[in-house]
Design a protein around this ligand. Structure first.
Ligand SMILES: [Zn+2]
Ligand SMILES: [Zn+2]
Length: 348
């Protein structure tokens, strides 16, 4: 028997999200059902409902930063029990058989591909609906455990924003003695600063202006520069081992690549609308690399949650009622949020 639950959904690219109901599948042998307590608002939610990444399958119930408490588990479930604090991030399944799935890199599944938490088709052929709802049913292999010391509202944004920054920081060995720059101090960027600082790296924020400088330094940045000031590029030339670009605007890639040390890497995390224009010389000189990275696999996401608990790293959030979601979207688009909106699911 399916269960009817409340949700906020978009019915088209132009209409506001409205309250509705959706069906959640019956709890299968390997499923975990949980009450959603909080759901973060990610920029991807807005891109999807506004059909900026192609036409989605309406209605869309967005939300892939989900935290809650287990209410029921299937007969074969071993990892979770009723009452456990759990979360779900950007995907709820994958092929489970390809090399990447076997290696715990489900986000790069080369089989059927990862099954997105919303606007995707689940294994049983039904559409997936995300976290702007009151309950969800997910296979236990795609559920994360939220450590006790992380409040559920603050845990939610870790499941996309947190892992999106944690994974490249780990992959490119951010730590003591490393110079890390984070471009943009928004939902993603502020997590990058906190995580890189907790890993022991020296952290620099590169922001358009110095407007959020005080915040940046308080969040853990050692230095803060305005990219609107040409002096910044002269001063920081050749400095960084790793630059994480969290903004989706098309940057002057040559200028930013020039800030890398020999063998340094610039990683694209936002999704620019237009293809990147990359001049050869700043890449070739110094054997620099340009790369991309997308969220993280299940084992690494769990590792990130445990790391955040151990180091006391949590996002800066503004908890909102679900009825505020459309205004919240406008404010995200205007970069007017410090630093992540989180929907209180009790208001859905
Ligand atoms: Zn996201
Ligand atoms: Zn796979």
């Amino acid at each position: 028997m399916t269960t009817t639950v409340s949700a906020y959904a978009a019915n088209s690219a132009t209409e506001p999200l409205t309250r509705t109901t959706i069906e959640r599948r019956a709890v299968g042998p390997h499923d975990v059902a949980f009450d959603i307590k909080f759901a973060g608002i990610c920029h991807s939610d807005i891109h999807t409902v506004k059909a900026e990444w192609g036409r989605p399958n309406y209605p869309v119930v967005p939300g892939h930063e989900i935290a809650g408490v287990v209410t029921e588990v299937g007969s074969e479930v071993t990892r979770y029990k009723v009452g456990d604090r759990v979360g779900v991030g950007c995907f709820v399944d994958s092929c489970r058989e390809c090399d990447n799935c076997r290696a715990g890199l489900q986000q790069y599944c080369t089989g059927s591909g990862m099954v997105g938490t919303y606007d995707a088709t689940d294994r049983d052929g039904t559409p997936t609906y995300g976290g702007y709802s009151t309950a969800i049913v997910v296979d236990e292999n795609y559920v994360l455990r939220i450590p006790d010391s992380i409040p559920l509202d603050k845990a939610a944004p870790l499941l996309c924003a947190g892992i999106t920054l944690y994974s490249p920081l780990r992959h490119w060995n951010a730590g003591p003695g490393k110079q890390v720059a984070v471009i943009g101090l928004g939902g993603l960027g502020h997590m990058g600063v906190k995580l890189a600082h907790a890993m022991g790296a020296r952290v620099t924020v590169l922001s358009q202006s110095l407007k959020k400088m005080e915040d940046g330094l308080q969040l853990g940045a050692d230095e803060y520069y305005a990219t609107s000031d040409p002096d910044t590029f002269r001063k920081l030339a050749g400095r960084f081992d790793l630059i994480l670009n969290t903004v989706s605007a098309n940057l002057d890639m040559g200028a930013f690549l020039s800030l890398l040390e020999t063998d340094g890497t610039l990683v694209e995390l936002g999704a620019p609308e237009k293809p990147l224009v990359v001049p050869f010389f700043p890449l070739g000189i110094g054997r620099r690399s340009l790369s991309g990275s997308m969220i993280g696999g299940i084992p690494e996401t769990q590792e990130m949650l445990d790391f955040c608990a151990e180091h006391g790293v949590t996002p800066e959030i503004e908890v909102i009622d679900a009825s505020y979601v459309n205004e919240a979207y406008e404010r995200v688009l205007a970069s007017d949020v410090r630093y992540r909106f989180v929907i209180d699911a009790a208001t859905i």
